[in-house]
Write a protein that binds this ligand. Structure first.
Ligand code: ADP
Length: 397
């Protein structure tokens, strides 16, 4: 064998093996690089999913917090505010920038809240209380402070305060209580009087014909008052429970007022009260309800008028609504109590109103009826000179 050939053969084989080895290594490296990059891609995509999941959760939580009617404040162990939602900001009259990071006492300026949060954090329980705030406006708040045990770090929430504004609820409860007390009082007065007369009559007065007759007359007046009162109460509760359905139609206002005035002819003549009713307006209203509105307002304009007084009906049309003014030349209403005359049972002068047969419910009924028609009512008055009641009703097209 040619030695040269052997040499070249061996050299060639060696070079091929080196090339093959190098190629195999290169291939191996490439392969592991591809595997590595696939792994990195998988990790990146799972990280992206996790981040977008976390962002989604955060968006959900902030949507809930931002739209909650209740105020929510979350604090750390030292009662430093970590989260506050817009409702809580409004209640405590600040902006999140100024409140975030502050201590709860500093932010709310309320020692009860501060103590509640202390108890919630220390005892890990729910602490409930009700407080009255006077700044930035008077409010009654129901508070629930909830203590929690987090995995501790510098951003851990240790207590959450949920604040419920119950001002309106408490106001309504108090109105209801007052109403029940008023009704009981109003019903009790004539009943006590009737019972007193019956006792006096039974004790012998029945034999004195003249006295007995006058007692019977007073008993009749008391029972009339009871009937009126119960009638007004039933009417009011019907209107307030929104049971009434309006049967609206086109009504000529002047004609309707004239008809109501005709019903008061005798008393108007007795008190020598003159009336002026010139108007050209058609309203779209329920005839019975409109009649009731007019009766109550005209009855008051007569009752609280002076002898030889005057009642004037004027019209001031205002767009979609007709504005009717009923002005009297009566005793007027002191300025500070004008807004209260529409309250149930409110009377400027209790004794006078009762003597005049009033129940104190007339204007409350009128207000409801006007508002049921979509209108408004208010009063302007000069004490000692007279009052004007203004109502708006939908115009008939
Ligand atoms: P009342 O049955 O006492 O008339 P209302 O609800 O109709 O009850 O009126 C409430 C109170 O408003 C009256 O007691 C009276 O003090 C006052 N008031 C109403 N209308 C007039 C008026 N035209 N002039 C003066 N005061 C009035």
């Amino acid at each position: 064998m040619n030695p040269n050939f052997l040499f070249y053969f061996l050299a060639g084989a060696a070079i091929s093996s080196i090339i093959f080895f190098l190629f195999a290594r290169f291939n191996q490296k490439q392969k592991s690089k591809i595997i590595e990059s696939a792994q990195i891609n998988r990790m990146a995509s799972s990280l992206r999913d996790k981040i977008s999941e976390a962002e989604g959760e955060r968006a959900k939580i902030s949507a809930i917090l931002n739209n909650m009617v209740e105020g929510v404040i979350a604090c750390d162990r030292t009662k430093r505010i970590l989260i506050i939602n817009p409702s809580a900001e409004t209640i405590f009259g600040g902006r999140s920038k100024s409140i975030l990071g502050k201590n709860i006492l500093e932010a709310t300026r309320n020692p009860t809240i501060d103590q509640m949060m202390d108890q919630a954090i220390d005892q890990k329980r729910i602490v409930t209380d009700e407080i009255e705030l006077h700044y930035p406006e008077k409010r009654i708040l129901r508070l629930n402070a909830v203590g929690i045990s987090p995995v501790e770090n510098s951003h851990s929430i240790f207590a959450i305060l949920v604040v419920d504004d119950v001002t309106e609820v408490r106001k309504l409860e108090s109105l209801r209580r007052d109403f029940v007390a008023n009704v009981s009082h109003e019903l009790k007065t004539p009943l006590t009087s009737i019972k007193g007369f019956i006792e006096t009559l039974s004790a012998g007065a029945i034999d004195d014909k003249v006295r007995a007759k006058s007692f019977l007359k007073m008993m009749e007046e008391d029972s009339d008052r009871l009937t009126r009162l119960i009638g007004d109460l039933l009417e009011l509760s019907k209107i307030e429970s929104k049971e009434i359905l309006l049967k609206s139609e086109v009504i000529d206002l002047q004609n309707e007022i004239d008809q109501v005035l005709a019903g008061f002819k005798t008393i108007l003549e007795e008190k020598k009260i003159t009336t002026e009713n010139k108007m050209n307006a058609q309203v779209f209203a329920d005839r019975d309800k409109l009649k009731q509105i007019l009766i109550n307002l005209i009855e008051n304009a007569i009752k609280f008028n002076k002898p030889q007084g005057r009642i004037t009906f004027t019209l001031a049309a205002s767009g979609e609504y007709v504005k009717l003014e009923i002005a009297d030349t009566g005793i007027g209403i002191p300025k500070d109590i004008i807004p209260r005359v529409f309250e149930r049972f409110f009377r400027a002068d209790q004794a006078r109103s009762r003597d005049l047969g009033g129940t104190g419910l007339g204007l409350a009924i009128v207000k409801h009826l006007v508002e049921t028609h979509g209108g408004q009512i208010w009063c302007e008055s000069q004490f000692g000179k007279g009052s004007t009641f203004i109502i708006t009703l939908p115009v008939a097209r």
